[in-house]
Design a protein around this ligand. Structure first.
Ligand SMILES: Cc1cc2nc3c(=O)[nH]c(=O)nc-3n(C[C@H](O)[C@H](O)[C@H](O)COP(=O)(O)O)c2cc1C
Length: 216
């Protein structure tokens, strides 16, 4: 693995900003987008269960519709790819079995050796006390994907804006998610900044490192 220099890493993180205005004439090319999809797919999740789907909207008409239920924020219509982070509302045995089958297949191992692991996950997330808060649990996983996605985008010189300013229920209606067991939690318009987006040069507002990092 090639290591990035610390200076390049800090520069990249400062280059990234919550893009307020995208250049609607600029589209993310296929190879770059493929790498960004890999960033979504390769995101780690608790137990590796991946309780998510990533809906990628490129269709202009659909982006315009979603903009109307995104506090009318222009980024949705002007971005190249609008990513909607969707989670599984309830964890179930079916999803866990699917994951176990995939693990056995990918790693070439006997599925019976994974029986204990499967039971443990079911006991925790399907039948245990955590099943009561499983939607929150899934949302937390989705936010890891959002963070991973934004950082990778910055590394590839792609702009993004994390989005909670949306009406998730309306997204579910528009995207046909009602009754499917999947629901929207957040979104991320992605593309290239407009040359006149004044926020690109705005200083980062962060508390002092010493306020945030506690060394013991
Ligand atoms: C979970 C989350 C939701 C956000 N929702 C929105 C949003 O709906 N619209 C927007 O313009 N910015 C949104 N932001 C951007 C933040 O305001 C921004 O990340 C923060 O002010 C720090 O600025 P920076 O990202 O430019 O460093 C959101 C950020 C996060 C992490």
């Amino acid at each position: 693995m090639k290591k990035m220099s610390t200076a390049d890493m800090i520069e990249t993180l400062n280059w990234r900003y919550a893009t307020k205005k995208f250049d609607s004439s600029k589209k993310i090319d296929k190879d770059t987008w493929k790498a960004l999809e890999e960033a979504l797919v390769l995101t780690p999740s608790s137990y590796g269960l991946q309780p998510w789907k990533f809906i990628v909207v490129e269709n202009q008409e659909l982006k315009e519709k979603l903009k109307q239920v995104s506090w009318n924020q222009s980024q949705v219509a002007d971005c190249s790819h609008h990513v909607v982070f969707v989670i599984k509302e309830k964890m179930d045995e079916e999803h866990i079995s699917k994951f176990i089958e995939q693990t056995a297949k990918v790693r070439g191992i006997d599925i019976s050796t994974l029986e204990g692991y499967k039971k443990m996950m079911i006991g925790d997330l399907v039948r245990g006390p955590r099943s009561e808060v499983i939607t929150e649990w899934a949302a937390r996983q989705a936010y890891i994907a959002l963070g991973n996605f934004m950082t990778v985008a910055a590394c590839l010189g792609v702009d993004a804006c994390p989005f909670e300013g949306i009406e998730p229920q309306k997204y579910d209606e528009i995207l046909g998610l009602i009754g499917t067991g999947w629901k929207t939690v957040c979104a991320c318009p992605t593309g290239y900044r407009a040359s006149d987006d004044k926020y690109a040069d705005a200083k980062k507002v962060r508390f002092d490192n010493n306020d945030l990092i506690i060394r013991k």
